[in-house]
Ligand binder design. Structure first.
Ligand code: AMP
Length: 287
């Protein structure tokens, strides 16, 4: 695997690959890779002739009191995993290269960030959209791969790509879970054994929601109350939101349909965990 650190070199390499007729798949990440990330790399390897993975812990998407400093970093292990997977290029850059002194241009999607994580993390999606736009310009891929676990992120990126005429196909892939149903996340390594037990309530909540809908129930408010109740009395646990929203605009719904997204953010100890379920999951995760 070739490792590139300089944005200009990455762009040149990509131009060269395009001239040679390659299709380039791109997997942007913040590192501390796990099987969720690797599922995206696998999908890209299958659907493109060259795959670029990037690792960049993007300061612009962390709030002032968030975990930027302690965010897990493990480049040696990441390089090993990507090598084993057969990834072609790793683009790994430093803050100074992505946000050089005097940087003042931002990309902001206006409405989609105004609910769910955007509410509790002001500025987060501005940081995400800006860095992804920059990475798209640097890597210049044909297709880019994102995890459905971050559903709001997928929608924001798709909107940005459409609105700014990027010629890149966005592929969203299903959430990879551990044997207990917990969505894999780089942040799971912060969890103590007790906290892991509490975290299991998140997949349980999703399971309850599936059954609720399968049994013909549609009332959003009642379901939310039931799911929030699952976390009642759990030590050091705070439900940031459990919301039922429309999949196109992320606005709250009263009645659950197949186009409804259940989105959850729960703080267990110092760790913020998110997950979601689209009631027509299989249909929408395939693209
Ligand atoms: P991150 O490193 O957390 O920024 O994630 C990089 C990419 O991996 C994003 O597109 C995430 O949505 C995706 N991702 C993270 N966790 C998972 C998971 N458990 N399953 C599938 N994709 C994931």
């Amino acid at each position: 695997m070739q490792i590139i650190q300089c944005p200009e070199e990455m762009r040149k390499r990509s131009d060269q690959l395009r001239l040679e007729g390659h299709s380039i798949g791109f997997v942007p990440t913040m590192g501390a890779l796990h099987n969720g990330h690797l599922s995206l790399v696998k999908a890209s390897l299958k659907e493109n002739t060259k795959t670029v993975t990037s690792i960049f812990v993007n300061p612009a998407q962390f709030g002032p009191n968030e975990d930027l400093e302690r965010y897990p970093r493990d480049l040696d292990s990441d390089v090993k995993l990507l090598n084993e997977e057969g990834c072609d290029i790793l683009f790994v850059s430093e803050k100074e290269q992505i946000y050089p002194e005097g940087f003042q241009t931002w990309v902001e999607v206006a409405e989609l960030p105004q609910n769910l994580c955007g509410l509790s993390r002001p500025g987060h999606f501005k940081g995400v959209a800006t860095v992804v736009a920059k990475l798209f310009n640097i890597v210049n891929p044909h297709q880019a791969y994102f995890g459905w676990k971050d559903a709001q992120q997928v929608l924001v990126i798709k909107k940005m790509v459409r609105d700014l005429n990027f010629s890149i196909k966005i592929k969203a892939k299903p959430t990879v879970r551990d044997s207990q149903g917990l969505a894999l996340s780089s942040r799971n390594r912060y969890l103590s054994a007790d906290e892991r037990e509490i975290a299991k309530l998140i997949p349980l909540a999703i399971q309850r929601a599936k059954e609720y809908f399968q049994n013909g129930n549609k009332n959003a408010k009642l379901l939310i109350n039931e799911l929030v109740g699952l976390f009642d009395g759990q030590k050091n646990t705070e439900v940031e939101y459990i919301s039922l929203v429309g999949i196109s605009d992320l606005k709250a719904v009263d009645k659950i349909t197949k186009d409804t997204l259940l989105a959850l953010a729960v703080r267990v100890g110092a760790t913020r965990l998110i997950d979601n379920h689209l009631f027509s999951e299989e249909e929408s995760c395939s693209e």
